[in-house]
Design a protein around this ligand. Structure first.
Ligand SMILES: C[S@@+](CC[C@H](N)C(=O)[O-])C[C@H]1O[C@@H](n2cnc3c(N)ncnc32)[C@H](O)[C@@H]1O
Length: 286
């Protein structure tokens, strides 16, 4: 067994390296180098990490990497500062909520690339948070409209502001309610359901609600827990999922549930390397 002090030193170095990488990506995003002396040392750190030429990253990839590192670091620091709190998405730090929203924009791109969804679709974004994903849906699917539903008022306040700043008031409607209590008579063509943020006890109700809300021919995409075979990755992913109030249902378990409520052609999409989540899709028969 290694001395705990040595393990702490090694892990601290890794945490600092991640922070330095995020800082470098952020400077690229801002288009500045900042303090010359720090830039030089930051560049040395990044060189040691062997991540290639960061300035060649596409802007959307750079933005999503930057946001996912920032929300990840903020959430782990919040765990350190308040380890005793109950699980649930109860964050009030606007920077954390905004970074989480920006990081989730990637989901819209994965869904679009998988051939799910279409322009002009009416989309339901369950757990819309600050509307980062709702806004990304509007970019990926021209002429689509989105209803974003969430029960966390601090995030929804930011969502309304973000939608207005993006000039998308006419395309995105933000509703404050638990999805189980949401009613709609029009129907949706595409529903996003992040099971990793919905408590396990509520999943069956939420899936039934989604099936009632979807139009014939409409598609659902469910974000499931990534059940990594690596013990530390799995334990950390499970910890942060439970702390966020979500369920640990795996893609296989989600596929069974999505089939069970009546969706057809249920299968997994998007197997990028080391995904944070797995995506399961299904269709309501015409
Ligand atoms: C990580 S956030 C989603 C981030 C979001 N994609 C964005 O762009 O900000 C997950 C959200 O799910 C919401 N949520 C959890 N259970 C819910 C439920 N039963 N009905 C509606 N929203 C729910 C939480 O309040 C939280 O805001």
């Amino acid at each position: 067994m290694e001395d705990v002090g040595i393990i702490v030193r090694r892990l601290t170095l890794q945490a600092r390296a991640l922070g330095a990488l995020a800082a470098r990506i952020r400077l690229d995003e801002l288009g500045v180098q900042g303090d010359a002396a720090q830039w030089e040392h930051l560049s040395r750190v990044v060189e040691c990490l062997d991540v290639g030429d960061l300035s060649e990253l596409a802007p959307d990839r750079r933005a999503s990497l930057s946001a996912s590192i920032r929300t990840g670091l903020k959430q782990i620091l919040e765990l350190v500062e308040e380890p005793q709190r109950m699980g649930g998405w109860t964050h009030t730090d606007a920077a954390l909520l905004q970074a989480q929203g920006s990081a989730s924009a990637d989901i819209a791109r994965s869904i679009q690339r998988a051939g799910v969804g279409r322009s002009g679709a009416r989309i339901l974004d369950i757990g819309c948070g600050v509307a980062g994903l709702s806004i990304a849906f509007c970019t990926e699917f021209p002429d689509a409209t989105v209803v974003g539903v969430d029960l966390w008022a601090p995030a929804l306040e930011l969502a309304r502001r973000n939608v207005a700043v993006a000039g998308l008031d006419a395309r995105i409607d933000v509703v404050e309610t638990a999805i189980q209590d949401y009613r709609d008579d029009v129907g949706f063509d595409l529903i996003w359901l992040p099971a990793i943020f919905i408590p396990a006890v509520a999943i069956d109700d939420v899936l039934n609600t989604a099936f009632e809300l979807i139009r014939p021919g409409g598609e659902i995409v469910v974000g499931a827990f990534n059940d990594s075979p690596d013990a530390l990755t799995n334990a950390l992913d499970a910890l942060m999922t439970v702390r966020s109030g979500g369920s640990l249902l795996t893609a296989t378990e989600i596929i069974a549930k999505v089939n069970g409520v009546g969706f057809a052609d249920v299968h997994e999409i998007d197997r990028q390397w080391s995904p944070m989540r797995r995506l399961v899709t299904g269709k309501r028969a015409r």
